[in-house]
Design a protein around this ligand. Structure first.
Ligand SMILES: [Zn+2]
Length: 245
């Protein structure tokens, strides 16, 4: 069993504290203070800070967390280390997902065999979107997203930023007739009006409504007039048009 506490950090980052029986791991601490407050409330011991990539808004809290706790700091994408991270009661599968940055990884952890797994996607996959391609080609990002798309449909998706509303505004312009996209846009508007968190999503929801995962879908190709283009070409076209949106 584990719990996931969602913490809003910086302007629109999501930081996560995963706890099990008094042990905790923080994912992507953009800043330290809200993480320390959460740990004070639960009295859990912070074993490690794990970062999905090295960008400052995902690592900025590490220095202070190191000073105030005895945690380890891990940026697994920075080295070619193990594909599995064992930290106290937690076992994370590290999925290498370059594209947004060369060192981007996603972290998959399953609390028990009976429960759905949790996926921490950093800036690779967002609710209704994907990260900007700072260092790698569309092919690389498309391959990375395919690794996520094949995870069990009920896998919960915890991403690195709250971009859901703008992502579905974009998605609904691409595919005005897609009902799944329209439903998610309505949901995003309601969550934004309440000031609520927009995570977690699930792999099933993202596969049905995230335009970046749907680049291979004939309906998407038709909507863009790209019926004879490859999946990667469609993905690259969607990414370019989102960059200008
Ligand atoms: Zn980033």
């Amino acid at each position: 069993m584990h719990t996931v506490t969602i913490i809003g950090t910086l302007a629109d980052n999501y930081t996560y504290v995963i706890e099990s029986y008094g042990s905790a791991v923080v994912i992507d601490p953009g800043e330290a203070s809200p993480v320390m407050r959460s740990l004070d409330r639960s009295c859990a011991t912070l074993l490690a800070s794990v970062c999905t990539h090295g960008h400052f808004d995902h690592t900025g809290g590490n220095e202070e967390l190191l000073r105030r706790t005895s945690c380890q700091v891990l940026v697994p994408g920075a080295s070619d280390g193990d594909a599995t991270l064992n930290i106290g009661p937690f076992t994370f599968t590290v999925l290498r997902t370059p594209g947004h940055s060369a060192d981007s990884v996603c972290l998959y952890v399953r609390p028990t065999a009976e429960q759905p797994g949790d996926l921490f996607t950093g800036d690779t996959l967002f609710c209704g979107g994907c990260g900007r391609l700072f260092t790698r080609s569309p092919e690389t990002m498309w391959d990375s997203l395919q690794k996520l798309a094949v995870l069990p449909p009920d896998t919960r998706v915890f991403c690195g930023h709250d971009y859901m509303l703008e992502n579905y505004e974009f998605a609904s312009v691409l595919e005005p007739d897609n009902e799944e996209v329209y439903a998610r846009l309505q949901e995003a508007r309601a969550l934004a009006a309440d000031g609520s968190f927009t995570v977690p999503s699930t792999i099933a929801v993202e596969r049905a409504s995230n335009p970046f995962l749907r680049a291979g879908d004939p309906r998407m190709k038709r909507a863009l007039g790209m019926e004879s283009s490859s999946d990667v070409e469609v993905f690259a076209a969607i990414r370019r048009s989102k960059d200008r949106f």
